[in-house]
Write a protein that binds this ligand. Sequence first.
Ligand code: FES
Length: 104
Amino acid sequence: IKISVCRRGGEPLSLTAKEGENFMHLLRDSEAGVEAICGGACSCATCHVYVGQQWLEKLPPQCDQERDMLGDMLFSRPDSRLACQIHLTADLDGIAVEVAPPEG
Ligand code: FES
């Protein structure tokens, strides 16, 4: 599964993931600049990414906690998601995301 990431400084990064891999883990362990402080508990929002519009509908719906988190965030947009809530599946091959600015 190929992933295109736009880092905070605007530099592009290409990543390859295994099917079923957690998106946050992939980003955290790469040069993407994602800290993922809470380790995937949907409570730190440092894994916030903007998802390319055409990919948004392929993602599983947000859980209440993710929706609440994003609702409280300064840099939240309609295409915001928390990467820790996304598992990479074959139909996401080619997905493009942008790392959101840090909150605060
Ligand atoms: Fe903390 Fe996703 S890693 S909210």
